[in-house]
Design a protein around this ligand. Structure first.
Ligand SMILES: NC(=O)c1ccc[n+]([C@@H]2O[C@H](COP(=O)([O-])OP(=O)(O)OC[C@H]3O[C@@H](n4cnc5c(N)ncnc54)[C@H](O)[C@@H]3O)[C@@H](O)[C@H]2O)c1
Length: 274
């Protein structure tokens, strides 16, 4: 039988921020598709539960659950060592970990909703440390290994807010409270597309590719007001189901995308198209 065009079978894939919404979705999909997956996350207390959860679904020979803090150089180097220790190499790094102060179902409690002029600079520094500096640190560690292998593939997870400004009307939940998507996320994620082009061109002679995916609005039990606003502003008129990310990530993680590097792939329901 012919091999499928898009295959990640036996690819060794390290996913950062693996315990979160998108990370979990991707790790499940890669494992189902026959990849070897390293689930890496800063959330130490969840490690046992994640190990149990995946152990019930997949062969423990095919995955590894580890602690990783992408802002710490030793931790990033250790994650690569652990990956190579178990699977012999690192084929694909998915830079997925990030801080994103989400709006919760009730409205605001997980977000600092100050207007821009009052936004605490400490929170900006924190997001830059994780979303920008942490992504660089993790990529450096992976590239050292990929250079030794003379092959590698890096996928950065961007955001529509890497490309365009948030329409703050999206966060008007009509409760007489002013809500704003804060600047820390926009500043730190805007770096991702050009970083992707930097890495793609820097390593173009080393058989290391680098591309980015731009997701937007992954549905996660959002409140009615948010869903209503979102549907009016989105060309496709709805949020993204998490499994709709599978195809684009599988494409970029597989050799079917061997001529793609430096690409920034929109998976945003057309959000940035108007
Ligand atoms: N959810 C969306 O709608 C959406 C839309 C566009 C882009 N994104 C991007 O997708 C990626 C994943 O988002 P998500 O919604 O799954 O977020 P999430 O908050 O559910 O998961 C993020 C994970 O990253 C981990 N993490 C945080 N800091 C870390 C660190 N220093 N080292 C290692 N791990 C760390 C967290 O513990 C968490 O498990 C992010 O890059 C985000 O910017 C998400």
């Amino acid at each position: 039988m012919n091999e499928p065009v898009i295959s990640v079978k036996d690819e060794v894939i390290l996913v950062t921020g693996a315990f979160g919404l998108i990370g979990k979705q991707l790790c499940n999909t890669f494992l189902k598709e026959g990849a070897k997956v390293v689930l890496a996350d800063i959330n130490e207390t969840a490690i046992d539960a994640v190990e149990k959860e995946y152990g019930a679904l997949f062969d423990s020979a095919d995955f590894l659950v580890i602690h990783l803090d992408i802002t710490n150089e030793e931790s990033a180097a250790k994650a690569v060592r652990q990956t190579v220790g178990k699977f012999g190499r690192l084929d694909v790094l998915i830079n997925n970990a990030a801080i994103d102060a989400k709006f919760d179902k009730e409205g605001m409690s997980k977000v600092n909703h100050s207007r821009f002029e009052n936004y605490p600079v400490e929170l900006l520094r924190k997001s830059v440390d994780v979303n920008l500096t942490g992504t660089v640190i993790m990529t450096q560690s992976a590239c050292r290994q990929m250079l030794q292998q003379n092959s590698g593939n890096i996928i950065n997870v961007a955001s529509t807010y890497s490309i365009v400004s948030p329409n703050q009307n999206l966060y008007d939940f009509g409760q007489g409270v002013e809500n704003f998507k804060p600047v820390d996320y926009i500043a730190s994620k805007s770096f991702i597309p050009n970083f992707t082009r930097y890495i793609a061109t820097f390593y173009s002679n080393n058989n290391i590719r680098c591309n980015a995916i731009v997701p937007h609005g992954i549905y996660n039990n959002h409140n009615e007001a948010f869903l209503h606003n979102f549907s009016k502003m989105s060309p496709l008129g709805r949020m993204c189901n998490r499994e709709e990310l599978d195809g684009p990530f599988l494409l970029l993680a597989s050799k079917a995308s061997s001529y793609m590097t430096g690409s920034v792939v929109m998976v945003d329901g057309g959000w940035t198209a108007w």
